[in-house]
Design a binder for this molecule. Sequence first.
Ligand code: ATP
Ligand code: MG
Length: 203
Amino acid sequence: MGTGMLELTSESLVGKGLHREVHVHPNDSSKCVKVVVLRGEEETRREQAYYHFLQRKNIEWVSLPRFYGNEETNIGPGAVFDLIRDDDGQVSKTLEFYLDNLESYQALIPSIAESLRFLKADLISQNIITMTLKPKNMVIQRLSQQTHCLIIDNIGNSDVLAISSYIPYFGRLKIERKWDKFKALLVRQFSHKLAINDFIEHL
Ligand SMILES: Nc1ncnc2c1ncn2[C@@H]1O[C@H](COP(=O)(O)OP(=O)(O)OP(=O)(O)O)[C@@H](O)[C@H]1O
Ligand SMILES: [Mg+2]
């Protein structure tokens, strides 16, 4: 992966949340580097602890980008993950983006709903516990015949030793609670849009 410090610039920036900047990895365009820019150290620690737990469990990385470790950058320590791209090479956009612009993406809605149902089933079958699920922390990867939804932020169990991480029955209950809250959040955030209620009802 090259030597020395990674040089991140405004050119390499692909996304920014409240706490982190996300850049294309300068040596590998299939990966991104996330750097905390505002009070996110605790979240990063929790995220990496949970990622290590999932790596030890040897899960299939269907619903989460893989984590490749940390590298130094010119703007601070960076965490390297898969950068999710559509099949045309564009960086995938968030679920929030598609729901904000629903008018332009009506035709995609059944496929997005299907990928969300698939995501929920995968979280349950692999017992992957998330923190609060938010549409700005999920990306919709557009492939030629379908879409695929991945969670790109707020992964992890606030307590890695929590019983839900080890006993799938309790994990499932927790995931279902998170999912119900996610649906309630979608209703609050997007219910002014006519097409959305039918969409949410089928998740
Ligand atoms: N692996 C990825 N693949 C594609 N895009 C990504 C990826 N990770 C992040 N992004 C983009 O960058 C944005 C910010 O990333 P992220 O959510 O990790 O930052 P954050 O500061 O932790 O967010 P928050 O505001 O939720 O705390 C995302 O909303 C998304 O648009
Ligand atoms: Mg985020």
